[in-house]
Design a protein around this ligand. Structure first.
Ligand code: URP
Ligand code: ZN
Ligand code: ZN
Length: 468
């Protein structure tokens, strides 16, 4: 089956060009003018191919969201499984997700959660998908086992500096060293456990239990201290690659900038919510529960620093950390005590539309940077490039067609995830994905899902590319 996408503005890695794309089977076969790339006149091309007219549309590499938590079991289970999660992702133009697996039972080996997640995803996904491994109890055997996980396609792992399975500085160095040897990527959740525990206990002792004490118990310096420390630990481990997830604070971005300018292989990810929401979301004690996530939403002054960091290549990826719990359900566990509220919020579907609207439409990001931070950079860092993350001959035909003029008022009712709220209710966006294609198959068109759960493939990811 061939498809010809005509007359679009195609965002290549070097920048946007007016071009036609020929897709043959699952991959991009040619980029150019229809007459030339089809080797025949327009009419013949039309007879041979399905033709999609992309006049007035922008053709982008399908999005990669490298930070989701679908079907995760924390104190309670999240409400989006791998079907509703990936369905919402593809409606938003994301064609690949990499899910951060949750912790398993105490003492389990690395493969335990891999097996659990194979079961969670079997026949469930509509987008292509992979997993980040997760470290919990660390010993020599676990470090040894890392090699076989990398061989099996899990070439990146997350470690936490807080929560019950946090790693010590010594353990962090050993992980960085081991993954560096294996050409894998260490990703890390940076929050100082002592600071946040101390402040939480202090607030609770003072009877300060409302949602607004969540961000106050995890101030920007709680994140930045951990970012700073991890950058030094990555250097001590032999200048190993380090990817810092969900950067929310301007000071953390500044520290990453310094390290990158010094030539260190440090890579930063932020998330949609930190770019467009501010800490006034916690003013209402009830509504504030919707935004309890870690790190928390910051003061408005952080937003412009994060946008600038995306523009200048300090932060390389925009993800979502989609981890959803119903507001009228489990989020209410935090009603009397913010520390009891399950952490996280939905976002996979709106990542690209919001970043397009607030970034491209408002002139904060050019299209080339937009494609990099929503797709290409994640493909490189997480071992999927150039199969994924780029529009070039031979790459998977994973594409999203954006209508830059379409305006939409966000409401929960138009979204496709399972969560009973969206953090972006009432937001107005300009620019909307109208067609999503994965490996040459149209998966969303005319506001309808065109494939069935199970269409998505597991991605066996390879080595990280770190020269970016
Ligand atoms: O609050 C959040 N972000 N929950 C998801 C887990 C994590 O740390 O990324
Ligand atoms: Zn995290
Ligand atoms: Zn997360």
């Amino acid at each position: 089956m061939k498809t010809l996408i005509k007359n679009g503005l195609v965002v290549l890695e070097d920048g946007p060009v007016s071009a036609d794309l020929l897709i043959d089977g699952e991959t991009i076969a040619a980029i150019g003018k229809a007459d030339e790339i089809c080797g025949a006149g327009k009419e013949e091309a039309a007879a041979d191919c399905r033709v999609i007219d992309a006049s007035g549309l922008i053709v982008l590499p399908g999005g990669i969201d490298p930070h989701t938590h679908f079907n995760i079991m924390t104190s309670v289970r999240s409400v989006d499984d791998f079907t509703s999660g990936t369905v919402s992702a593809v409606f938003g133009g994301t064609t690949t997700i990499i899910d951060h697996m949750g912790f398993g039972p105490k003492g389990c080996d690395l493969h335990h959660q891999f097996q659990v997640y194979k079961e969670y995803t079997e026949g469930k996904c509509v987008a292509d998908y992979g997993f980040h491994g997760v470290y919990q109890d660390l010993d020599e055997q676990i470090l040894e086992e890392t090699a076989s996980m990398v061989d099996e396609g899990l070439s990146s792992f997350k470690m936490y500096l807080t929560y019950d399975y946090r790693q010590s500085d010594e353990e962090a160095i050993r992980i960085l060293k081991r993954l560096g040897e294996l050409s894998g990527m260490t990703t890390v959740h940076c929050e100082n456990h002592a600071i946040l525990t101390w402040l939480r206990e202090k607030f609770l002792a003072e009877g300060k239990t409302e949602a607004k004490y969540h961000p106050l118990s995890r101030p920007p310096y709680c994140e930045t201290e951990a970012v700073d420390r991890m950058i030094d630990l990555a250097m001590a481990a032999g200048d190993q690659p380090l990817y810092i997830v969900h950067v929310s604070a301007g000071e953390s971005a500044e520290r990453i900038r310094q390290a990158r300018q010094a030539g260190q292989k440090v890579f930063g990810e932020t998330c949609t919510q930190y770019l467009v929401l501010d800490d006034s979301v916690y003013d209402d004690p009830q509504e504030g529960l919707k935004f309890i996530m870690s790190p928390p939403i910051r003061g408005k002054e952080h937003q412009e620093i994060l946008w600038q960091a995306l523009r200048d290549g300090t932060l390389l990826v925009v993800a979502t950390d989609h981890c959803s719990f119903d507001y009228h359900g489990d989020k209410q566990m935090g009603k009397e005590d913010f520390t009891k509220c399950p952490n996280g919020a939905p976002g996979a579907e709106l990542r690209m539309p919001i970043l397009f609207s607030e970034g491209v439409s408002k002139g904060r990001l050019d299209l080339t940077t937009f494609a990099k931070v929503t797709s290409t950079n994640a493909a490189k860092l997480f071992g999927m490039y150039p199969k994924k993350g780029t529009i070039r001959v031979g790459s998977d035909a994973d594409l999203v067609l954006f209508d830059p003029e379409r305006e939409v008022d966000i409401t929960r009712l138009i979204l496709h995830d399972n969560t009973d709220y969206t953090p972006y209710e009432g937001m107005h966006v300009k620019g909307w994905p109208i067609l999503t294609m994965i490996r040459g198959t149209v998966v969303v068109e005319n506001e309808r899902l065109q494939v069935k759960p199970g269409f998505g493939n597991f991605l066996r990811r390879g080595k990280s590319i770190c020269d970016l």
